[in-house]
Design a binder for this molecule. Structure first.
Ligand code: OOG
Ligand code: NI
Length: 463
């Protein structure tokens, strides 16, 4: 008999190990985690209703644990093996993000659990970008970058062996899972010794700072981790008091009664000591800016119609005021954002009634004790009479404009903003070795499954 650990258990342990590693590597991140925990505790102490709701839906002990991290890969076969590595932990590629529209030479997906039980157990996901080397215009530099990347192997032999084993046997036992976690973690570790000379680094950096970050190192260091906060505006405000410098604005929608999608902000990336390859095997000291800390607050997932409205409103807000990186027009931008977002209903009832957002349906206590002949076959009347309740389904994905804002705040203000050529989802999926899942289809399936369960529980057939 095999005794496999569940994929969710491996993911939860991996996430904890990653957090410990990153706190040691970037102590300021540990300070951010402490701040997030303090703010979350304050919010819960002041809002017993919210506390009760979260206790029912989530595991409160894990409230301040990381929700996501991000890495940047350099070549197609790294993405291919990374997909298999994340699959050991029950994380599948969801969504395609084209960052070239914001002048960033990568395209990305998010590896994440997709089932509600798995999300509840450990929602950890990794935003994973693949560098598009073809966007480096200088042919010599492009070839030098390709050569440097060709020489590296970011996976250990042992982790490759354990990925194969998990695939062929269908899982990993306790000992193998522990070995997998520590071997896999090595792939995401920071290396302060660069694999290039200072001159090459400068050229890569001049092509795009991100190119230097990916090409100059032995592995795809985790570049940030992101815990969940219950009050992102409070954390943003309190960061400076704790010696943490936040980016100028919170990305995403404005503050609302009923949060939608995702709001996020980060602290600026740190300047770190590195060492370039010098002459005669000597090392040359240098500096590199890459790693930071981020926080997120999530709200209800929007249906395609809601998402179109969101994108339109965000576009208009940005048309009125582009947030400046130095923070000089933050107040103006936030005011524009609030005003522009007025057409987005700010009650769950209206978001649901207008088909703008996804909801989880369930039979209430009253519904459970009702006799069948009292029950209508119409979901809206069942809701009106209190037999069926609804809960917003939380958005588990990312937003390209927000992601671009997070990238940019950590790349400096002089990074290219021109539009690059069109996206290449097909080449991304070819490298990945699988199609990315459609996020809307996943949310729709969750909503549909909850409705089916309602009809079953009430003994009714769907009309
Ligand atoms: C990824 C930035 C995107 C987010 O939360 O939107 C991201 C990166 O900087 O590599 O993590
Ligand atoms: Ni992030």
């Amino acid at each position: 008999m095999t005794d496999f650990l569940s994929k969710s258990e491996i993911r939860a342990r991996f996430c904890r190990a990653m957090s410990e590693m990153y706190k040691k590597e970037v102590p300021l991140y540990g300070d951010l985690i402490d701040l997030v925990r303090d703010v979350n505790n304050d919010v819960l102490a002041n809002d017993p209703d919210l506390k009760a709701r979260l206790e029912a839906l989530d595991n409160l002990d894990r409230l301040s644990e990381e929700r996501h991290g991000a890495i940047r890969l350099g070549k197609a076969d790294e993405l291919f093996t990374m997909r298999r590595l994340f699959d050991v932990m029950g994380m599948e590629p969801v969504g395609y993000y084209d960052l070239s529209v914001a002048g960033i030479p990568v395209h990305s997906t998010a590896f994440r659990p997709t089932q509600s039980e798995a999300l509840k157990r450990s929602p950890f996901r990794v935003f994973t970008s693949l560098l598009r080397l073809e966007l480096i215009e200088d042919k010599n530099l492009r070839e030098a970058a390709e050569l440097t990347l060709a020489e590296r192997d970011i996976f250990s032999q042992h982790v490759r062996f354990l990925i194969d084993k998990s695939e062929s046997e269908g899982g990993l036992n306790e000992a193998d899972a522990e070995a997998f976690i520590s071997e896999a973690l090595g792939t995401f570790r920071w290396h302060s010794n660069a694999t290039v000379s200072e001159a090459t680094y400068q050229e890569l950096h001049d092509a795009h700072r991100l190119v230097a970050d990916v090409v100059s190192f032995r592995g795809p260091h985790i570049n940030h981790l992101t815990p969940r906060t219950l009050d992102i505006d409070a954390v943003q405000r309190l960061m400076p008091e704790r010696g943490i410098t936040p980016k100028a604005v919170i990305e995403g929608p404005p503050p609302r009664q009923c949060p939608i999608l995702l709001r996020q902000t980060s602290f600026k990336a740190l300047q770190e000591q590195i060492a370039f390859i010098g002459k005669d095997g000597n090392r040359v000291p240098g500096r590199h800016t890459a790693r930071f800390g981020e926080i997120e607050q999530r709200g209800v997932a929007l249906k395609p119609k809601g998402r179109r409205l969101y994108d339109e409103l965000l576009d208009s807000a940005r048309g009125l005021a582009q947030p400046k990186a130095d923070g000089s027009n933050t107040a103006q931008y936030m005011r524009a954002l609030r005003e522009v977002f007025a057409p987005m209903p700010d009650s769950y009832e209206n978001l649901r009634a207008q088909g703008l957002a996804y909801f989880h349906y369930y039979v209430t206590e009253q519904g459970k004790s009702a006799s069948r002949h009292e029950l209508s076959h119409d979901i809206e009347s069942l809701i009106d009479s209190g037999y069926v309740g609804t809960d917003p389904i939380v958005y588990e994905d990312f937003l390209p404009v927000s992601a671009a804002g997070i990238f940019q705040s950590n790349l400096g203000d002089n990074s290219a903003r021109d539009r690059l050529e069109k996206s290449h989802q097909q080449s991304f999926e070819a490298a990945l070795g699988a199609p990315v899942a459609d996020e809307f289809a996943l949310y729709q399936a969750l909503e549909d499954a909850s409705l089916d369960a309602v009809w079953d529980a009430l003994g009714l057939s769907r009309t």
